[in-house]
Design a protein around this ligand. Structure first.
Ligand SMILES: [Zn+2]
Length: 129
């Protein structure tokens, strides 16, 4: 289901959206020195990751959507799983999970954003040879 050719493969493995081979980020999302830093181009198919200046500003919308989804999921789960959870407990659970997942969401938002604009090309690596 999550094989090459599926956008979710590129997103969750943080691979190039065109060839699904080259790495998209310079480092791990939780490594502070390279957090959210996108490579210049794909090491395999040479796709320029920075399609235009300020391209990744649009990924803020994706970050917002991920944050809202997390807010709802954690809020509902806390309400359902902790019988006496008040608003304070629910907010603490939401903000703690947001603090933990923020670096991952930051990385996810950029790879999701570029996947809106770049399609998988199965034969791109053969064409380049
Ligand atoms: Zn590539």
């Amino acid at each position: 289901m999550l094989g090459k050719g599926n956008k979710l493969y590129s997103i969750f493995r943080m691979k190039c959206p065109r060839c699904h081979e080259g790495d998209f980020y310079k480092g791990h999302p939780y490594k502070f020195s390279t957090m959210g830093r996108v490579k210049e181009e794909c090491s395999e198919c040479k796709l320029k990751y920075n399609i235009e200046p300020s391209f990744y500003h649009g990924s803020y919308y994706v970050t917002y959507a991920l944050g809202v989804a997390l807010f709802v999921v954690v809020g509902v789960l806390t309400y359902l799983l902790i019988p006496n959870a008040g608003p304070k407990t629910i907010l603490i659970a939401i903000f703690a999970s947001l603090a933990i997942l923020s670096p991952w969401f930051y990385a996810l938002s950029k790879i999701i954003w570029i996947n809106f604009f770049v399609k998988y090309d199965k034969g791109i690596l053969k064409k380049r040879l």
